[in-house]
Design a protein around this ligand. Sequence first.
Ligand code: AMP
Length: 592
Amino acid sequence: MLFSELVEYFERLEKTTSRIEMTDILVSLFHKTPSETIDKVVYLTLGVVYPEYVGLELGIADKLALRALKQVTNITDKQLSEYMAKLGDLGLVAETVITKKEQMTLFSEPLTVEKVYSLFEKIAKTTGEGSIDLKIQILAGLLAQASPKEAKHILRIVTGKMRLGVADMTILDALAILYGGSKDVREHFERAYNISSDIGLVAKVAATEGLEGIKKFKISIGKPIRPMLAERLASADEILEKLDGKGMAEYKYDGERMQIHKSNDKIIIYSRRQENITHQYPDVVEEVKKQIKAKETILECETVAIDVNTGEMLPFQELMHRKRKKEIEKAIEEYPVNMFFFDVLYIDGEDFTVKPLLERRHALESILQESEMTRLSKAILVGDKETLERFFEEAVAAGCEGVMVKAVGKESIYRAGARGWLWIKYKRDYKSEMIDTVDLVIVGGFYGRGKRSGRYGALLLAVYDKTRDTFQTVCKVGSGFTDEDLEKFHQMLESLKLSHKHARVESIMEADVWFEPKIVIEVIGAEITQSPVHTCARDKIKKDTGLAIRFPRYTGRLRTDKKPEDATTAEEIIEMYNRQLKKITEAEKVSV
Ligand code: AMP
């Protein structure tokens, strides 16, 4: 397939913000793409070369990309930086400075998608000494053969700034329409994606084996399964009512969620957002080899740092020591961990995600040998409010955040990638007057004044709306930031700046600066109020009105473990709002 054809589609996608239109364009693109190339086309459309869990990025800094560009044009450094200042986008600079006559006639064969992709792979895989120069050489060679428009997209991809606004879900829609006949069969495509985290592979199976292949799609060791997520409720009564009177309550540990893949002695650990974090936990790897009896299995646990002196669980933040490459050995000594296993998704060829919870729990118990470091999550069956309340208090006293209460009926399968009422979290802070903490996505910024000049004085934050697949604003937050935080956010957000509001952001408020929705932070507020200026749950409670968080404050916790799509949802805010109303009415009743 010619790369120029793909680029034409990129240009069309770039011009629209409508999800329906994007879907149509993708259907037509996939229709045109040969099945052996479709995975590559999908990755490139998302601006990557591999699924995220592979952890291989092109990782070319703007400065290096400029060096490659310089090699293939007659342009001076000064001119290049002037263009950069004027256009603010490397892609546009490349499009401007590469003119047709500068394409080397020697390689006048047109670029194909396969060729571009294989050179991108080469760039991603080049490591070690001298790799930077080599990467630049490969990139320059590619640019020498590219048309101005091709160069624009090549540079955007290699610098990680593709940003066509195409979401994974839109790609699944297009695949369902093309290979399944309509969006109605999307759930099969979604399941395939949820149990593999590899949208390129899903596209490939769809293109080669059709809907039947997608329906037969299987879990495989090494491909992370997207985690099942929990809903939240504020009281034991509500929880038991929702679960028809009974459930399994487990301690809710405050650590790092791990999905551990074991194939004999080969162990891979994935984080909640499917990053490969195996290298951070050599101690966990050794322990799993010893304590887990199945040959091939996929397990989930929450890993918590432990105080070496007291044996007590430490706050989540202490796991940060594992993130620094040079300090891992020291961290293993100073901050050892305990793993609390709570689920098993696959054992020796058998898919356990389709089995009810208690069956999974029994299987987990049968393959896991407990030790000081390897534990089963503490769990009991509950059927009454008093027992649940007591267990909750016990969990909190043990240093947990609260409890997870899970459905135990026939329906209680592991729903990969889904948030639902089969798992309900019940956290300590619901008991206070303050609303629970929420995890919000930074979508915009406001310039600071006075002490904060030169930085952002406030940030515009958004929730995720699953049905619309957009981010809707819910508050503007300015408090809770230390000076270091302000500096850190200013730097982190620099590379996410956009010249316009992102296609997936819904906002009435005009920010000074717009960002690509990527960073999730934890915020706590006093209450939820109706708001004419925020778009969260707009028109859901009242026409032309949304919901907002009043008196929001940054808690100091950056949720690097959450993707923007894992942020608190608009539905959750509605739930919280309704609960708050209920509380107020109850209080009024009491005071009458
Ligand atoms: P939250 O991050 O507040 O949405 O809460 C859900 C998270 O709780 C999961 O992603 C796990 O990391 C964590 N967790 C702790 N203990 C358990 C448990 N027993 N079962 C399931 N998840 C747990």
